[in-house]
Design a protein around this ligand. Structure first.
Ligand code: PEP
Ligand code: MG
Length: 906
């Protein structure tokens, strides 16, 4: 073990001399580290540096700082010498100093979730050397000022005390600006910057009790450990949980030579994308700022300029800037620095071809030399994801299988979200215009703080700018609006990643956090006021705007068609009405896996007959009520069969506890008593009678049909009469009658006999027949355990994994909300088992039940109709264990279709 620990390589170099890693090593080097190594290997100019592996993060969590420093000290020192050789500078040297950055980098990109420190290696002596070397006093002191500020915040914990407070360093800067009567950071003189450095250090001493560290090596180790710590910081943990990333991945640390975009007018920095991350359009785009550092672009404090001329012109139109002002004040990089633009354009092309995907790149120009700081597969909206996959396929860059694997099934959900009704938009009162940072439509009530995003049901998080602390609130809000920041600001990038509607950089908004007001054109809006955002145009609209459902067309349709080429398992839908069945067909459902017949009874005109049936004192009374329900059910079934055009339709007999149908309010009970000509007391008694301690385990499922066979008779009759009626009209119908919640073979047989004898009666009456199946749900553990017995009679199985999960875990479906979130927070469960099938436990029941059933009937048709049928990882599991189909709600069908195709490809 000791020996192994010593010989294990923990530090990987990159740069134009030595490159130890490559892009396949993401797990060890993190995405950023692996990409830096890869880029440097293919001849992209990256500032030299090295990566400390993710393993070291895990070792740090186990063994602590001292042991880890001991382990990697020698390797790190050698790697620093390598950077010094390449850059021709020396770390900590006061005449010719090397300055470095320290950044996090997990195996997946977690934008802004972890910490970064820039400008390490500066102290009172070195800063003077830097002045001499660069002959730029202002730059040197500004770098030192930024370093103390960042190191202070990240490593020494100098953060605001509360959300209304400002950052302690910002406070000092604001005070100085006020005193000097200036507005912008760029107006500080060298003397001001020196004063700030002094005041910052004083503040650090006062708050932490220690002097700000001057030893460059102490600075380096402090920053490295802070990055490791940030892996377990609140933001990172939330982000990991949201995406289901395990905590033992750890983060790598990238240490790299600093290059500066703030060394004067021939320097600058920017962010760019090889394609449009919002729409997927194949246009190179991005933003830059002259004489600035990377965080200036992302933080959104200054208005960034566009990289391409085309982008700049599009921006100017939205921002209401005329062509003269644009070329004067906000020229594109293409116009301002044509040769750098040409070089950048070559690299973006090379990188996209190399990685065969849309790239999100960061670059810096230092005194006329272009450096690429990083590249990664760009975050994108669902729409962009689909368009880019299809276009890369058409361009021949990827195969059709690869195109399908590029789709994150759950992200398709965004494409199914409502859009603004074009008619309503025509009448809308547009009060301001921002940038169309992330497409979509959002209507909600204004809130100004991320932790108040759930104050109303639908909220629009309205901020001057957002920061990584706001992530949770951004996720919970319906839309995000910022006054500052461009298309690559934090708000824009994060919102696109979440597929959330966002309008950024709406400069005409005046937001006051203290008063909780938003002023636009002199009109004041308050917290709780309704506004709407159009993320595709950047329009900010007063009040609510009606929405409509989107359509499946264009590239979305193409990717769906492609999925059919590979999918072998079928996708059915859970649909209870002809309307849902039609929607499901339009999304490509290949049948109905579950019709919950009880849902038809909740409609106003039916609930009455249903209640009469439940409250009937005698069999005859019940039969009478059922007779009035029969034609209603029959019509519903006809509609559903018709919508499904001859595809199989599984209809489940009545399942829920009856007390769900009876009135609990006095007024409704009175009405019902009048209508039924019985006393109010009789109604009250019956309602009390139906109360159960544990309704989910009580009088429900097949237990209803067994105690009240006339219900099963009525439903079987309605199903078969509907099918025969359609047959007469020349329309094919394939009914599959499903018995719910059985635990023993005898229960099934009892119901099956009633079903078949009723149907035979109908056949005789009509002098006609039709093919049908009688099967069962497997949703009680005992049914899974005895599936071989049940398969002797049942013609198909459908796993009801909602109930199966409830009963396998012993978690009540109705009450689990009280403890599941805490279980997940504490890591006792990784995910909610009602959402994601628990393959280890519940999944074994499904697998075993399928195997046992097929031992008796090798061709037994088996599907799943619990909520898991539309969840990608559960769909993949169903494919692996050989199910014939999954069934899910209509709007999840595209997701399940892609997941099914992906499972077949993988
Ligand atoms: C199930 O239990 O998984 C199921 C589909 O039935 P319901 O949700 O209606 O109980
Ligand atoms: Mg169930």
């Amino acid at each position: 073990m000791e020996v192994l620990q010593k010989i294990k390589k923990r530090v990987y170099r990159f740069g134009d001399k030595e490159t130890d890693g490559n892009s396949t090593m993401k797990n060890l080097l993190g995405g950023k580290g692996a990409n830096l190594a890869e880029m440097s290997a293919i001849g992209i100019p990256v500032p030299p540096g090295f990566t400390i592996t993710t393993d070291v993060c895990t070792e740090y969590n186990l063994l602590g700082q001292d042991a880890v420093v001991e382990m990697i000290k020698e390797e790190v020192e050698k790697a620093i010498v390598n950077i010094e050789d390449i850059m021709g500078t020396t770390y900590g040297d006061k005449d010719n100093p090397l300055l470095i950055s320290v950044r996090s980098g997990a195996r997946v990109s977690m934008p802004g979730m972890m910490d970064t420190v820039l400008n390490l290696g500066l102290n009172e002596e070195v800063v003077k050397g830097l002045v001499k070397k660069t002959k730029n006093e202002r730059f040197a002191w500004d770098s030192y000022r930024r370093f103390i500020q960042m190191y202070g915040g990240v490593v020494l914990g100098m953060k605001p005390h509360s959300k209304e407070d400002i950052d302690p360093f910002e406070e000092i800067m604001e005070a100085l600006k006020h005193k000097r009567n200036i507005d912008l950071d760029t107006e500080f003189t060298v003397q001001d910057l020196q004063d700030l450095v002094y005041d910052f250090k004083e503040a650090v001493k006062k708050r932490t009790g220690h002097d700000f560290p001057t030893d460059p090596w102490e600075q380096l180790w402090g920053a490295v450990m802070a990055v490791f710590n940030s892996w377990n910081g609140k933001r990172a943990v939330y982000y990991r949980n949201m995406h289901g990333y395990p905590s033992d991945w750890g983060t790598a640390v990238n240490v790299q030579a600093m290059v500066y975009g703030n060394m004067g007018m021939k320097s600058g920095t920017g962010v760019c994308f090889t394609r449009d991350a919002g729409t997927g359009e194949n246009v190179f785009n991005g933003e830059y700022l002259i004489n600035a550092q990377g965080e200036d672009v992302v933080a959104g404090v200054r208005t960034p300029q566009q990289i391409t001329k085309l982008g700049s012109q599009r921006w100017a139109e939205l921002a209401n800037v005329d062509e003269d002002e644009r070329t004067e004040e906000y020229p594109s990089l293409e116009e301002l620095m044509p040769s750098i633009f040409t070089e950048l354009n070559e690299y973006q092309d090379k990188l996209e071809k190399h990685y065969q995907d849309m790239q999100d790149m960061e670059f810096t120009m230092q005194d006329g030399k272009l450096w690429i700081l990083q590249t990664r597969n760009g975050k994108r909206t669902g729409a962009a994801m689909v368009k880019i996959a299809i276009e890369l396929l058409k361009e021949g860059m990827i195969t059709d299988k690869e195109a399908l694997l590029r789709i994150e099934p759950n992200k398709l959900d965004e494409l199914l979200h409502p859009i603004f009704d074009p008619d309503a938009l025509k009448k809308a009162n547009v009060i301001a215009q921002g940038l169309p940072a992330s497409p979509g439509a959002a209507t909600g009530q204004i809130v100004f703080f991320a932790d108040e995003a759930t104050k109303y049901k639908n909220t629009i998080l309205t901020r001057i700018e957002t920061s990584p602390e706001d992530l949770e609130g951004m996720n919970l809000a319906k839309g995000i609006l910022t006054a500052r920041g461009g298309m690559t600001s934090h708000a824009a990038v994060v919102a696109r990643g979440m597929g959330k509607c966002c309008v950024s950089g709406a400069g005409s908004l005046l937001i006051n956090y203290k008063n909780r007001t938003l002023i636009v054109d002199g009109k004041e809006y308050h917290e709780g006021d309704w506004i709407s955002l159009n993320g595709s145009t950047g329009n900010i609209i007063e009040g609510k705007v009606a929405t409509i459902k989107p359509e499946l067309s264009g590239e979305f349709g193409e990717i769906m068609d492609l999925s059919d080429k590979f999918a072998t398992m079928k996708v059915r839908t859970n649909a209870d009405t002809p309307k849902d069945a039609k929607i499901a067909r339009s999304f490509g459902a290949q049948g109905i896996g579950l019709t919950r017949t009880e849902h038809m009874f909740f409609e106003v005109d039916r609930i009455k007959a249903m209640r009469e049936m439940i409250l009937a004192e005698t069999v005859n009374g019940r039969k009478q009520a059922l007779e009035s329900l029969l034609p209603m059910q029959r019509t519903d079934f006809e509609g559903i069969f018709e919508a499904m055009e001859g595809l199989p339709v599984t209809i489940r007999l009545l399942d829920p506890p009856l007390h769900e149908f009876v009135p609990h309010q006095l007024a409704t009970q009175k009405d019902l008593a009048d209508e039924m000509h019985i006393s109010l007391q009789a109604i009250k008694n019956k309602v009390a009678d139906l109360e159960e301690f544990n309704p989910m385990l009580g009088h429900r499922g097949c237990r209803l049909g067994i105690t009240y066979p006339e219900i099963t008779e009525m439903q079987s009759r309605a199903i078969i009469e509907a099918a025969l009626n359609l047959k007469e009209k020349g329309i094919e119908a394939k009914p599959e009658i499903m018995v719910p919640l059985i635990g023993t073979l005898a229960e099934f047989v009892a119901q099956e006999e009633i079903i078949r004898s009723t149907i035979n009666k109908v056949f005789e009456e009509r002098n006609d027949t039709i093919e049908y199946l009688v099967g069962t749900m497997i949703e009680i553990p005992r049914a899974a355990l005895t599936a071989d017995l049940i398969a002797q009679r049942a013609e198909f199985f459908s796993f009801g994994t909602n109930d199966l999960t409830q009963m396998a875990f012993g978690y009540s479906r109705d009450d689990a909300g009280k403890f599941l979130p805490i279980y997940i927070e504490k890591g006792i469960l990784k995910v909610d088992p009602f959402e994601v099938l628990d393959q280890e436990g519940v999944g074994q029941l499904v697998k075993m039940g399928t195997e046992k059933g097929r031992k008796i009937k090798p061709n037994l048709k088996v599907g799943i109709c619990g909520e898991h049928g539309g969840e990608p990882s559960s769909v993949e599991f169903c494919y692996r264990i050989g199910l014939d189909y999954v069934s899910c709600s209509p709007y999840r069908i595209p997701i399940a279709r892609i997941a099914t195709a992906q499972a077949a490809i993988r």
